[in-house]
Design a protein around this ligand. Structure first.
Ligand code: ADP
Ligand code: MG
Length: 469
């Protein structure tokens, strides 16, 4: 160890190594939130946001961490974790009595119409959709944290640090599905836990009814029987004063007695409108996990899973086209599939690329400009950092020759232009030059995997550009 090494520089160096070894999404999720705290006789202490985080790092990245620490601190180097105390500690010491709303009740003494005297526990219908399970919730970088936290919660409701578990994300990205999956998984475990799923709208309506019927206490009591309460789309509770007050009370009661809360929202808790800070701060007690838009591979996996469910088999150009064009909403992805099936049986025609394009037009406003040779040339020139005019010129400089050949290859593969037409776009070269270029690119891809990756990347970029703008 050198004199001027401190926890910041050591961790900084570790991060550089780690960054090279994990993908950028994982890096962002698991390593950026870490704070180095101190460096003490060969041991680096890092602070992680919660216990789950720690467990995840230990499970998935232990060897990488070990390797980087030893690289920085020598063979004796050690890593220690400090887990950031979260709201749960606060909860234990804090008295909740002063925060009871008017809906509050003495739970020992109230009659509850939902409970039949003599029967200890009512059977509560969980209101879950049995089709929303973990098995058919496809995993990808976009949902890994939320999915695994959901799984952890389902295994040990109320017994993890993720209470509440807040799942947020844009519309159609799987919040409702994941929330149901947790509930279904709890039921599957056969522990006899009372699970209840309720949408925020329904919850609000129930409260309005109970106020009308002077039955707010019964309402609150009913909710206190629940072991796992799932409230969907809590953003709709904003500005509904009475509802929020009662919700706050139920939340506190359940949380205090170690019951699990799962909430979904279309925005992160801090951005929820029309909610008091005291409520928002409670949402932060547990874990807030977001669902992001799935990447292309995940969209393909989801689409294929849906096809399997429906017993469908579509050609790969069709599935790829769908996934290139529908990016930000999984519900739409399913919608396209349903429309395709309907259109094909109505019109008695097979599902092919033409039909798919037509159907997708209803989903995305502007569809596919065609891929042009000019566009390919620009993109490649930009990527190789050479002026685009050089691609049609005579220069024999290695990097320019390669860019030129690659452009021809991509034009051949991604457009339906003839060899002759492509040759013309490159300073009037003839078709045999185009063939020769394609072959050269092929050969190079066989021997140079970095180049091969680059080609794959460019192809993807070009296809993705289809529905931009
Ligand atoms: P949200 O509640 O976020 O608006 P939903 O949970 O209703 O979204 O999801 C929309 C549709 O997409 C549902 O039919 C759901 O089954 C499907 N879906 C979302 N995410 C996934 C996934 N990871 N794997 C499979 N299907 C998914
Ligand atoms: Mg939903």
């Amino acid at each position: 160890m050198t004199i001027d090494q401190n926890h910041l520089t050591v961790w900084g160096n570790c991060l550089q190594t780690i960054r090279k070894n994990v993908n950028s999404q994982s890096f962002k999720t698991w390593f950026e939130p870490i704070n180095p705290v101190k460096l003490d006789s060969g041991s680096l202490t890092i602070q992680v946001p919660n216990k789950f985080f720690y467990e995840w790092l230990e499970e998935h990245y232990v060897s990488l961490l070990k390797m980087t620490i030893q690289q920085e601190l020598g063979a004796e180097g050690r890593l220690e974790y400090q887990i950031l105390l979260n709201g749960n500690t606060e909860k234990v010491t804090k008295k909740e009595d002063d925060e009871r709303g008017p809906g509050s009740v003495d739970t020992n003494n109230i009659k509850n119409p939902f409970i039949i005297p003599g029967i200890k526990k009512v059977k509560i219908s969980p209101q879950l959709n049995p089709n929303y399970t973990f098995e058919n919730f496809i995993e990808g970088d976009c949902n890994r944290l939320a999915r695994s936290a959901g799984m952890a919660v389902a295994k040990k409701p109320g017994g993890t640090a993720f209470n509440p578990l807040v799942i947020y994300g844009d519309v159609g990205l799987g919040k409702t599905h994941l929330a149901h999956a947790v509930g279904n998984e709890v039921l599957k475990s056969g522990t006899n836990k009372a699970v209840l799923y309720v949408s925020s709208e329904k919850f609000t309506n129930q409260i309005i009814q109970s106020i009308k019927n002077y039955a707010v206490n019964d309402f609150v009591n009913f909710y206190q029987l629940i072991d796992v309460l799932i409230v969907d789309d809590i953003q709709f509770l904003g500005n509904k004063e009475k509802t929020l007050e009662i919700f706050f009370h139920i939340f506190n009661q359940l949380h205090q007695s170690g019951k699990q809360l799962i909430l979904t929202s279309d925005k992160p808790p801090k951005d929820l409108q029309g909610m008091e800070d005291r409520l928002i701060s409670r949402f932060k007690w547990g874990l807030t996990a977001d669902l992001q838009a799935p990447d292309f591979e995940t969209r393909m996996a989801i689409l294929e899973a849906k096809m399997n469910q429906e017993g469908l088999d579509l050609p790969s150009d069709v599935t790829e086209f769908i996934c290139y064009n529908i990016k930000n909403n999984i519900r739409e992805l399913e919608g396209v599939l349903v429309s395709l099936v309907a259109q094909s049986s109505l019109n008695r025609r097979d599902i092919d690329l033409d039909l798919t394009k037509k159907v997708i037009q209803n989903f995305v406003r502007q569809i596919s400009k065609e891929i042009t040779v000019d566009y390919i040339k620009e993109l490649v020139a930009d990527n190789f950092d050479v002026p685009v005019e050089k691609l049609q010129g005579k220069t024999r400089k290695r990097s320019i020759v390669l860019a030129r050949q690659l452009s021809m290859y991509l034009a051949k593969n991604l457009t339906n232009k003839s060899l002759k037409a492509i040759g013309e776009k490159f300073g009037g070269r003839d078709h045999s030059t185009v063939i020769y270029s394609c072959k050269s690119v092929h050969d190079l891809m066989d021997t140079d995997i970095i180049f091969k990756d680059k080609v794959a990347d460019l192809k993807k970029k070009i296809k993705l550009s289809l529905n931009e703008k």
